[in-house]
Design a protein around this ligand. Structure first.
Ligand SMILES: *Cc1c(COP(=O)(O)O)cnc(C)c1O
Length: 378
């Protein structure tokens, strides 16, 4: 069996172990410490927008604390992009609130501003104004942010920006992760940079960052003993993980360029193949980190999605269908949904391709060979 080619695997830059070693040398093996502060500073400088970053144990935890701080409570309604990973939607239920799912548009595959407004109007008509809106930049592609913010502002509803897949992507030159009332990042093992597991909440004020850290460290009041007036969580990032993050920040832009080069490779590979559509940035306003390169396999393509995935699988090359929309997930069955079948069609036709920044020339050749032999079969 040939070695596995992964969709997206961790790619260390080389200096990560120095930061981890420093943590060992100084015995900072804890969910706080100089690497955590250092990583937060690195992220604040990178986002470059006067933001305040709190590093946490995961992106999912960051969404939970964003919802909590926006005052989401039991039986509230929260709008969420349906076309996403479950980490965007699950935290709504942690608070006993109810997810309301909204479909995507075809340009960026992210939340459709028109369906969003339709959903808000209908929820208000039914008696409840949604408490928050969770938008996502899926696969690194920025959503139609201006239009989404316009709708959200019109109804005075806060946006939580799920930028878990979009660190380094920009919209009109401004970094994803800086548009929300709160924005979240993820450093899970398969993301554009990794801390083995981790996330961050991007806040607009230092006070919000302090409050986030308060909730992430069991909500300890200021007292000599352990005093609690609120329920807290154990969500802080460890100093070891943050050390990996500091090293990863040194290679982030380099790795984005490598992922974008992979995307160019796929554009070239499928250029003359009828019925295969590589996801594109709609205009120059959208700059994607191309965390994952994705294709749609239309009915007039020379091979079906099943044939394509089977051929790749036979060569030990990982591919994956696009995210299955949340409103089609058994666990969210029966919850309100606004849209048509845009995300459903994307799910049915779409495939994610190997996209790691560490793909070698040899691995790209193996991928190319599978595609060429499928085309030769016609
Ligand atoms: C990875 C991911 C998350 C959750 O991040 P974790 O760090 O794995 O908890 C949330 N939303 C999206 C879109 C993601 O891809």
């Amino acid at each position: 069996m040939k070695p596995k080619i992964w969709l997206s695997s961790p790619h260390m830059g080389g200096t990560e172990q120095n930061y981890v070693q420093e943590a060992f040398d100084t015995n900072w093996i804890a969910p706080l410490g100089p690497n955590v502060t250092g990583f937060e500073n690195d992220l604040e400088n990178y986002l470059n927008n006067d933001k305040h970053v709190a590093c946490l144990s995961s992106g999912t935890a960051a969404i939970h604390l964003a919802l909590l701080q926006l005052g989401v409570k039991r039986d509230d309604e929260v709008i969420c992009q349906t076309f996403t990973f479950c980490g965007s939607a699950n935290p709504i239920t942690y608070l006993g609130a109810k997810p309301i799912f909204v479909d995507s548009e075809e340009q960026t595959w992210n939340m459709c501003p028109n369906y969003l407004e339709e959903a808000i109007k209908d929820r208000i008509a039914k008696g409840k104004t949604p408490k928050a809106i969770i938008i996502v930049h899926l696969y690194g592609m920025p959503s139609q942010i201006d239009q989404l913010l316009e709708v959200a502002n019109k109804y005075k509803i806060s946006i939580i920006e799920d930028a878990a897949e979009a660190l380094g992507s920009t919209y009109k030159g401004k970094k994803c992760g800086t548009f929300g009332a709160y924005s979240i990042l993820s450093f899970n093992g398969n993301k554009i940079i990794t801390t083995s597991g981790g996330g961050a909440l991007v806040c607009n004020t230092e006070q919000e960052k302090k409050q986030t850290i308060f909730f992430a460290t069991q909500a300890r009041d200021n007292a000599p003993h352990y005093e609690h007036t609120k329920i807290g969580y154990n969500y802080r990032m460890s100093n070891i993980s943050a050390g990996i993050g500091r090293g990863q920040m040194e290679v982030l832009d380099k790795h984005i360029n490598l992922r974008r080069a992979n995307n160019q490779f796929y554009n070239d590979l499928f250029k003359d193949v009828k019925g295969i559509e590589v996801q594109q940035q709609p205009t120059q306003d959208y700059y994607s980190n191309f965390w994952l390169s994705c294709i749609l396999i239309h009915d007039d393509a020379p091979f079906t999605k099943a044939q394509f995935q089977a051929a790749m699988d036979a060569e030990n090359i990982e591919t994956r269908p696009l995210w299955k929309p949340m409103h089609l997930q058994p666990v969210f069955k029966g919850l309100p949904y606004y849209g048509s079948n845009v995300s459903e069609t994307l799910f049915n036709k779409g495939v994610c391709l190997p996209s790691g920044s560490n793909l070698t020339k040899n691995e790209l050749d193996r991928i190319k060979n599978v595609v060429n032999s499928l085309l030769a079969k016609g």
